[in-house]
Design a protein around this ligand. Structure first.
Ligand SMILES: NC(=O)C1=CN([C@@H]2O[C@H](COP(=O)(O)OP(=O)(O)OC[C@H]3O[C@@H](n4cnc5c(N)ncnc54)[C@H](O)[C@@H]3O)[C@@H](O)[C@H]2O)C=CC1
Ligand SMILES: N[C@@H](CC=O)C(=O)O
Ligand code: NA
Length: 432
C-alpha cells in the first residue's frame, strides 16, 4: 500500500469531531478504497481537555490552527473552524501557498472569496474541496462537476438550510413557536454559530452562490443573490398555505433568464404535489434541470456531524486518489462573468396576506391597487368576520404570474391604506 495521506484538521467542533470519528471507524475501508491510508496527524483544539466524544489518541493537538497550514508532515488541511474571514481564511490561504490541498465546509468564506481561493489553489496545483459546504451530506457539488457536466443547467433549486427546514416543518407539525424550535436546532448542532445566518436566509444564499458558480461556470456572486429569511412566516401563513394545497419552504433558486442569471433565496409556497414539498426536517434537497438529462433531484441530510463528515471525507478520498478538478467546473481564469438578473425582473405568482380592519370597502381598495398595476388576482381567502377586540381579520390574496416590479408598486400602495393593521406579508409562489 502507498504512503498515507496526512491530514490536519483545523477546528474540532461538530464537523471536525465527526470527521475524526468517521476516519477512525472506516479506516480500513477507506484505505482499501483509496489505495492508501487516510491518517489524521494533527488537529487544532482551543480546549485540549474537552471531551468531544471521539478518540483523539495519536493525534497531535496544536493550539494554533495556522501551525497545521505550515506543518511539513501534513498533506491536506481540513478547515472546519468557520467564519468568512479571520483565522479560517488565513489557514486556507497559508496551506495553499505552502502547496497543501484544502478541504473545507466553510460556505460563508467561499461565498465571499471562493473565486480568489480557487485561483490560488489552481496556481499551486492543489485541490480545493468543498462538498461539505453545500447541502451537507448530499454529493451535489460532485454531481454538478462530474455527473451532470455534459448539460446546460436550465434551472436549479433546493432546500439548502437544514435549520430553516427543521423550523418550518416543526412549526407546521406541532404548532410550536419559532424561537422554541430554533433552540432545538441549535442543540442538535444544525445551526450556524450565529443562527441569524440560518433564519435570515444568508447561509442558504452562501450555498446558492456556490451552486450557481459550479452550475454555470461563473465567479461566485454572493452579492447578486436576492435574500429573504423565514422570520416573517407566521403560523397563519403555514395554515393558509395548507388550505391552498401548498407548503412553505425556504428555497434557493437559480436560473438563466433573458436578463441574465437570476439567484434568489426566500420563503416559497410550493404545491404539496411537488417532490420537494415533502422534504422535511433537517433534510435538504437540490433539484437540477439539465437540457439533456431533464429533471434530477438529490435529497439527504444537510447538516449535523455525520452527514457533513461524510462529505468532508469524500473530498479527502478525491485528494488521496489525486482527482483534482477545477473548483467551479472551469479553470478560475475562464469563469464567464455573465450578468445577474435583478429581483425586480423576476416573473412569478404571489401570496399576499393582509391584516385589515373588518370594514366594507377594504378589499375594493386593495384590488384597485393591484388592478392599477395590471396584477391579476387568482384567489382570495377570508374566513368569517373579525372576532377579536381589535376588529382585525386576515385576508389572503393570490395572484397570477406578474413582474415583481409591478407587484412591489402595488404593495407600496396597499401598505399605505388606512385599514391595514400590520405590514403585508408577501410570499412568492413557485411553479415546480
Ligand atoms: N454543523 C453543521 O451541520 C455544518 C457546518 N458546516 C460548516 O462547518 C464549519 C464548522 O461548523 P461546526 O463544526 O458546526 O462549528 P463548531 O462551532 O461546532 O466548531 C468550530 C470549532 O472551531 C474551533 N475554533 C474556533 N476558532 C478557532 C481558532 N481560532 N482556533 C482553533 N479552533 C477554533 C471552535 O472551538 C470549535 O471547536 C462552519 O464553516 C460551518 O458553516 C457545514 C455544513 C454543516
Ligand atoms: N446551519 C446549516 C448547517 C449546514 O450547512 C444548516 O442548517 O443547513
Ligand atoms: Na454536499
Amino acid at each position: 500500500m502507498s504512503q498515507p495521506i496526512r491530514i490536519g484538521i483545523a477546528g474540532l467542533g461538530t464537523v471536525g469531531a465527526g470527521t475524526v470519528k468517521l476516519l477512525r471507524e472506516h479506516a480500513e475501508l477507506l484505505a482499501l478504497r483509496c489505495g492508501r491510508p487516510l491518517q489524521v496527524v494533527a488537529a487544532s483544539a482551543r480546549d485540549r481537555k474537552k471531551d468531544r466524544g471521539v478518540d483523539l489518541a495519536g493525534i497531535r493537538l496544536e493550539s494554533d490552527p495556522l501551525a497545521l497550514a505550515t506543518a511539513p508532515d501534513i498533506d491536506v488541511v481540513v478547515e472546519v473552524i468557520g467564519g468568512s474571514d479571520g483565522v479560517a481564511r488565513q489557514v486556507i490561504e497559508t496551506a495553499i501557498a505552502g502547496g497543501k490541498h484544502v478541504v473545507t465546509a466553510n460556505k460563508a468564506l467561499l461565498a465571499l472569496h471562493g473565486s480568489t481561493i480557487a485561483a490560488q489553489a489552481e496556481a499551486k496545483g492543489v485541490i480545493l474541496g468543498f462538498e461539505a459546504a453545500v447541502a451537507g451530506g448530499i454529493p451535489i457539488i460532485k454531481a454538478l462537476r462530474e455527473g451532470l457536466v455534459g448539460n446546460r443547467v436550465k434551472r436549479l433549486y433546493g432546500i439548502l438550510n437544514g435549520t430553516c427546514n427543521y423550523i418550518l416543518t416543526t412549526m407546521r407539525e406541532s404548532g410550536r413557536d419559532f424561537a422554541d424550535v430554533l433552540a432545538d436546532a441549535q442543540k442538535l448542532g444544525y445551526a450556524e454559530a450565529d443562527p441569524s445566518f440560518d433564519v435570515d436566509g444568508i447561509d442558504a444564499a452562501h450555498k446558492l452562490a456556490l451552486l450557481t458558480a459550479v452550475a454555470y461556470g461563473r465567479p461566485v456572486d454572493f452579492a447578486g443573490v436576492y435574500v429573504e429569511g423565514i422570520r416573517k412566516v407566521g403560523a397563519l401563513d403555514i395554515r393558509f398555505a395548507e388550505e391552498l394545497d401548498c407548503r412553505i419552504k425556504l428555497l434557493g433558486l437559480a436560473r438563466e433568464t433573458e436578463h441574465g442569471i437570476e439567484q434568489r433565496v426566500h420563503p416559497c409556497l410550493v404545491p404539496k404535489t411537488a417532490p420537494i414539498a415533502s422534504v422535511d426536517g433537517v433534510f435538504n434537497a437540490v433539484a437540477v434541470e439539465g437540457d439533456f438529462v431533464g429533471q434530477t433531484m438529490f435529497e439527504g441530510r444537510g447538516a449535523g456531524a455525520g452527514p457533513t463528515a461524510s462529505a468532508v471525507v469524500a473530498d479527502l478520498v478525491a485528494v488521496a486518489r489525486g482527482h483534482g478538478l477545477p473548483a467551479f467546473v472551469v479553470p478560475a481564469a475562464r469563469l464567464a462573468s455573465s450578468p445577474g438578473s435583478p429581483i425586480e425582473r423576476h416573473r412569478g405568482a404571489y401570496y399576499l396576506r393582509l391584516m385589515v380592519l373588518d370594514r366594507p370597502g377594504v378589499i375594493a381598495d386593495v384590488t384597485a391597487a393591484l388592478r392599477d398595476e395590471q396584477v391579476s388576482l387568482e384567489s382570495m381567502l377570508q374566513h368569517g368576520r373579525a372576532r377579536g377586540p381589535d376588529d382585525t381579520v386576515p385576508v389572503v390574496l393570490t395572484t397570477h404570474v406578474t413582474e415583481e416590479a409591478a407587484m412591489r408598486r402595488a404593495l407600496q400602495r396597499i401598505a399605505g391604506l388606512a385599514m391595514l393593521r400590520e405590514k403585508p406579508i408577501l410570499i412568492r409562489i413557485e411553479d415546480l
